[in-house]
Design a protein. Structure first.
Length: 262
């Protein structure tokens, strides 16, 4: 029997501006806490503060974290920083830091991971030891009161499945999850989109939309409890996120055409 392309399995929701949809739904659903997991430079963390939620940023790469820790504007914005790697166990783990010292390879700062690369393996990396934490145990200890509503933004370079395993204990409190997934392996031993989809459905989440992309893309999952009582808001907001993406693509095409005729 022929194997289906994993990308063809994702025909559930529309392709949208997923960041806009995440921020909009987090605000509409009343998320009190947003976790930016794999925060890199905290670009998204800053934007999440506009929703009124408490923002907790996790950045495992010690080089990136040191830069964040020196940025006084983050603490002034009320963003809490932790040099931890979200994982499925509370333990010290190895994190592979990709060399990003050369001026022309600054993008490498974004691809360090718990996992070793399965592609572009020529890039040198240094293994360092970092603290791994389950999000459910960490947040249960960190947050006061059981009524907290949590939204998760997860971008962890091939370790998404394990991070999501680590939310089982708080799944009833998580209203929304935005997660980067892959349809082919970029990192050794990683779980791919179909397995992540299956795990999230077992945890009680439904995928409602995705970002553009073929081999790597973002998926937005909504907790079934919130979905059942917020279908109208979800529908309208998803349409706006779709329209926002289309408008952005149209502007980009127009600029390209004008540039070609300049």
């Amino acid at each position: 029997m022929a194997t289906r392309d994993p990308c063809t399995l994702f025909r559930i929701g529309p392709i949208v501006n997923s960041e806009f949809l995440f921020r909009s739904l987090a605000k509409h659903l009343g998320a009190e806490v947003i976790c930016d997991v794999g925060a890199f430079d905290c670009f998204h963390s800053r934007r999440f503060r506009a929703t009124g939620a408490k923002v907790i940023a996790f950045e495992a790469n010690p080089v990136n974290f040191d830069a964040l820790a020196r940025d006084a504007s983050l603490s002034a914005a009320g963003i809490e920083l932790f040099n931890y790697a979200a994982w499925n166990r509370d333990e010290e783990i190895t994190f592979n830091v990709i060399d990003a010292t050369a001026r022309d390879v600054a993008w490498r700062k974004m691809i360090s991971s718990i996992r070793e690369r399965a592609v572009d393996t020529s890039y040198p990396s240094e293994p360092v030891r970092v603290r791994g934490v389950r999000l459910d145990t960490f947040l249960t200890d960190r947050l006061a009161g059981p009524a907290r509503t949590i939204a998760l933004w997860i971008d962890v370079e091939g370790a998404a499945y394990e991070v999501l395993e680590g939310i089982a204990g708080i799944r009833e409190r998580v209203c929304l999850v935005h997660v980067e997934v892959e349809a082919r392996a970029f990192w050794q031993g990683q779980r791919l989109w179909p397995e992540i989809d299956s795990l999230m459905r077992q945890l009680g989440f439904t995928p409602i939309a995705r970002s553009p992309g073929d081999k790597q893309f973002d998926v937005l999952f909504l907790n079934d409890r919130w979905l059942e009582r917020s279908r109208a808001i979800v529908g309208v907001t998803t349409f706006l996120a779709w329209a926002r993406l289309r408008a952005g693509l149209a502007r980009k095409k127009l600029r390209s055409l004008l540039g070609a005729h300049a």
